[in-house]
Design a protein around this ligand. Structure first.
Ligand code: MOS
Length: 742
């Protein structure tokens, strides 16, 4: 699908609403007689609640209710169908018993007439505990890695173990080898908009205005928790102020908002504090990885061993594809991967931008860089020599793969040829300059989705999908797909999302929204056209009356006989004649046959220049160039913006972000914006994103692979490799700190 609208760098259709404040986020939806709720979070890391002095706090000004495990209703917590990930099955049951499973777990909720009163009362609530020492460090001798249950299944999506050839023997006997371990810190998502839910009951029907990347899942989850039919729950989320994965799941605060609203019989607003966003809303799990690479002296890989362990909570097993890319990135006859989880006394981790690949590729791409120095070979040349013909893990061709074209483009824009291959050889005045490269990849996922299209009497079209838009420009790109398919100008199409009563869509994550929802919208537009054509050929007043549906065609939003030069009949006239709006819904999913035949992934190459002050160790990224093969680019302006955002996330991962836990009680000690470091404008240099021309006829009818995640994936290893090139010091622990390079 290419045309005058898809592929154009159009500005955001919701841009004005966002900058004028007209766009409303969850906490902006105030209800009549609404109360405010504040969560009281546990201040021990493991144990049980022994006493809560509710009575004193209930007497404080404005307080309406103090809800604890003592007076909270027992909730159904029934099973439900739409999971984020089947591996995440158990949920934290809030206020159902006296147990404290991790630091920050909700132990009470205080409801009051104003936020101020609720905050004061929550702060005053005395909770007593019997506590034990939690295990929060995967390297603690008490911690034990396990085989994740879902990964042990024979057809596991994320397998615990994979092997081809004899990787360990080949590694032991390799002419040249590296074998190292990598440690990536726990990170927390820190979007601008905090989690927020406004809950209002009407009888046994519940409406939620809630920050969610997956409104139909939130609907199903909350219905199952309260034991009510899903149709009795309406979830609304028109805008999201950034999320990066933290809103993929429905976390305990949503249950608590609904529970509080039911308990007090009035609507309740609940907004998490920044600090609370470090407790119960997921995090990128810390990972410990070992990579062993063996190669011939010519730089041909003979062995790849990748062992990785993530962390999870005691009550759920959170899996991510930590070792998945290792099997298909490069050509190698002997590859073994192993994935384990370490349950800890913390909340459950969650997907965070580029989940799995961001961490796994960091280790693999740093190890390749190390191997390139062991071989005395240019690191890009090393990747070139190991470019596979097919996906050797799956034994299938790639639907398309442009990794080497990405390297060519990145190298040209970056000026890779100016790089002196020796470490610590490039300088700018007294600064050490380093240049590093890394590959990026992310699967081109596609999930079943549906859409509704309504052609209206005024000549406009409405499109509805229960998708979300956390910021990449979904409103705009989906309007483009609908406008292009229908042959209407952008301003005649109105796209709506973020309501659970719209046709169901998958989670807004995994970089699959464009592929999944876009394909559904295209299918629904075609279905609406077909419906309109059927009405027209049966309508005596239509110029195409009497024609076969196969003999008419649409051109620029008008219907005419195939090959006819007349302008044709516009939607408006067909709809007017019908006397009602013409509606069609349709679903789309990837053809299973095609999915079986091809390995589908996006690829990219990232090059970074850093400058390091040798005296004080400050590390600055000076510029970065990413080139990506992501299939069709629906909107280059939005795509560039997405990529820049992902690259900035990669700067955070490489140099700043780390959630530090106090070993005594599991408290995140830097649960605030002053000490949880993230890139700010001064940390963000010149960033470039380029897209190689890539036509993939297999992935989906739009030919899109998705690009949200991949932009973060290669950044951290490119930075770490540049730091080595600048200093000669190899840092295998993220974030890289000043003291690491001194
Ligand atoms: Mo993204 S981690 O798929 O929200």
């Amino acid at each position: 699908m290419t045309g005058t609208i898809v592929g154009q760098p159009l500005p955001r259709v919701d841009g004005r609403a966002k900058v004028t404040g007209a766009a409303r986020y969850a906490a902006d939806f105030n209800q009549d007689s609404q109360l405010h709720a504040v969560i009281v979070s546990a201040t021990v890391g493991l144990g049980r609640v022994t006493a809560i002095d509710s009575a004193r706090v209930e007497a404080m000004p404005g307080v309406v209710a103090v809800i604890t495990h003592r007076n909270a209703p027992r909730l159904a917590y029934g099973a439900h169908k739409t999971y984020i990930d089947p591996a995440v099955g158990e949920r934290l049951h809030v206020l159902q018993d006296d147990k404290v499973r991790f630091y920050g777990q909700p132990v009470a909720i205080v409801v009051a007439d104003t936020l101020d009163h609720a905050e004061r009362a929550a702060a005053a609530l005395q909770v007593s505990y019997e506590s034990e020492q939690p295990t929060v460090d995967p390297q603690d001798p008490r911690a034990e890695a396990i085989i994740p249950e879902a990964a042990a299944q024979p057809d596991a999506r994320i397998p615990a173990d994979t092997a081809r050839g004899e990787a360990d023997n080949a590694l032991a006997n390799a002419e040249v080898k590296v074998d190292e371990t990598y440690d990536i810190a726990r990170e927390n998502h820190n979007p601008m908009e905090p989690h927020a839910t406004v809950a209002a009951w009407s009888g046994d029907r519940l409406t939620l205005w809630s920050k969610s990347q997956f409104v139909v899942n939130e609907q199903a989850e909350i219905a199952a928790i309260f034991g009510i039919p899903a149709e009795h729950v309406q979830v609304n989320c028109p805008f999201i102020g950034g999320a990066f994965g933290t809103s993929l799941r429905t976390w305990p605060h949503v249950t608590l908002a609904a529970l509080a609203a039911r308990q007090v019989g009035r609507p309740v607003k609940l907004v998490l504090t920044r600090k609370q966003m470090f407790f119960t809303t997921g995090h990128r799990p810390r990972t410990l990885q070992r990579i062993g690479l063996g190669a011939t002296r010519e730089g041909k890989l003979t062995a790849v061993v990748h062992e990785g362990t993530g962390e999870t909570s005691r009550y759920e097993q959170f899996l991510e594809a930590l070792t998945a890319a290792t099997g298909y990135m490069y050509s190698c006859p002997n590859v073994r991967t192993r994935y384990r989880l370490t349950p800890l006394d913390t909340g459950t981790p969650n997907h965070m931008r580029g989940p799995g690949e961001a961490s796994g590729i960091f280790a693999l791409e740093c190890a390749l860089d190390e191997l390139s120095y062991a071989l005395g070979m240019d690191p890009v040349e090393l990747r070139r020599r190991n470019e596979p013909e097919i996906d050797e893990a799956e034994g299938k061709p790639f639907s398309s793969r442009s990794l080497l074209q990405c390297y060519d483009q990145a190298a040209e824009h970056f000026g890779w040829s100016r790089r002196d291959p020796k470490p610590r050889a490039m300088r700018d005045g007294r600064l050490l300059v380093g240049m590093g490269a890394a590959s990026a990849t992310y699967p081109a996922y596609h999930a079943p989705a549906s859409a509704l299209v309504r052609l209206r009497p005024d000549g406009t079209a409405e499109v509805e999908v229960a998708a979300s838009d956390m910021g990449p420009g979904t409103y705009t790109s989906m309007t483009q797909v609908a406008a292009e398919t229908l042959g209407l100008p952008m301003e005649r199409v109105r796209f709506s999302l973020g309501r659970s009563d719209f046709p169901p869509a998958p989670s807004h994550g995994g970089s699959w929204t464009m592929a999944s929802v876009g394909s559904a919208i295209r299918a629904a537009c075609l279905a609406a056209q077909e419906e309109a054509a059927k009405l027209a050929v049966a309508d005596q007043r239509s110029p195409v009356f009497g024609a076969n549906v196969e003999d008419v065609e649409w051109a620029a939003g008008r219907l005419r006989r195939r090959g006819d030069q007349a302008p044709g009949q516009p939607y408006r006239d067909i709809v007017a004649s019908a006397g009602r709006a013409i509606e069609a819904d349709a679903s789309a999913q990837r053809d299973p046959e095609v999915a079986h035949r091809y390995s589908m992934h996006a690829f990219g190459a990232v090059m970074v220049e850093v400058a390091i002050d040798p005296d004080v160790g400050t590390i600055r990224v000076r510029r970065a160039v990413g080139a990506y093969g992501i299939g069709r680019v629906v909107n280059p302006r939005l795509a560039r913006s997405q990529c820049i955002g992902g690259m900035i996330g990669g700067i955070g991962m490489a140099l700043m972000e780390r959630t530090a836990l106090d070993g005594r009680d599991g408290r995140p000690v830097n649960a605030h914006m002053a000490d949880y470091l993230m890139p700010v404008n001064l940390d963000i240099p010149h960033l470039e994103a380029h897209f190689v021309d890539e036509v993939d006829p297999h992935v989906n009818p739009l030919g899109v692979k998705g690009l949200g995640e991949i932009a973060l994936v290669g950044m951290a290893p490119a930075i770490a490799n540049a730091v080595f090139h600048a200093t000669g010091i190899r840092v295998r622990t993220l974030p890289i700190r000043i003291e690491d390079v001194l």
